[in-house]
Design a protein around this ligand. Structure first.
Ligand code: FE2
Length: 180
């Protein structure tokens, strides 16, 4: 195997490509692992982040939202495993090859939509969502935020289990729809 890329051969790159495939197809496991890492992370909220994720997704599922909306409701905060301030962007880039452009943008900007519900307590503008009002995904982003995400901090809400969402995670993350 080469020690510098500028001395590599096609055979070596074919080998590397083949070795990548099982890793790529293992994506559902890594998404599930990130969700599991949210357990016990409460950050001062009344629920931990796993319960919040499950409640957001359960509410979307019970409202008969489309599969992709249920999926993004479940995983929208997995970026918090890495860092909170830019967690929306982190998650958006993780899921980009596997979801629609609408879903990518909804996750990327979801803090700007959430801000309407509490940014006034932090001296920040509440109308950050307005900058996206002409985007084709604006209404869906409002639905996600206002109906489910901001309303999913109830420790007494009976959530569906993480196991119940695993087929949905597999459905979306087993094969990338696009290569970035
Ligand atoms: Fe959230």
């Amino acid at each position: 195997m080469f020690t510098r890329m500028d001395q590599s051969t096609k055979e070596e790159w074919d080998h590397i490509y083949n070795e990548h495939l099982p890793h790529v197809f293992d994506m559902p496991k890594r998404i599930i692992s990130m969700l599991e890492q949210l357990e016990g992370v409460s950050l001062g909220f009344g629920t931990d982040q796993l319960h919040h994720a499950l409640q957001t997704a359960t509410m979307a599922r019970r409202a008969n939202a489309p599969d992709e909306m249920i999926l993004i409701s479940l995983i929208h905060d997995i970026g918090k495993v890495i860092n909170v301030p830019n967690h929306g962007q982190i998650c958006a880039e993780i899921i980009k090859p596997y979801v629609s452009d609408d879903a990518y943008h909804i996750i990327r900007t979801h803090q700007d939509f959430q801000g309407e519900h509490y940014y006034h307590y932090q001296g920040k503008p509440r109308d950050l969502r307005k900058q996206y009002k002409d985007e084709p995904w604006y209404e869906k982003a409002e639905e996600f935020t206002d109906k489910w995400d901001q309303a999913a901090f109830d420790p007494n809400y009976e959530v569906d289990s993480l196991d119940s969402f695993k087929p949905l995670i597999k459905q979306f993350f087993e094969v990338p729809q696009k290569l970035i």
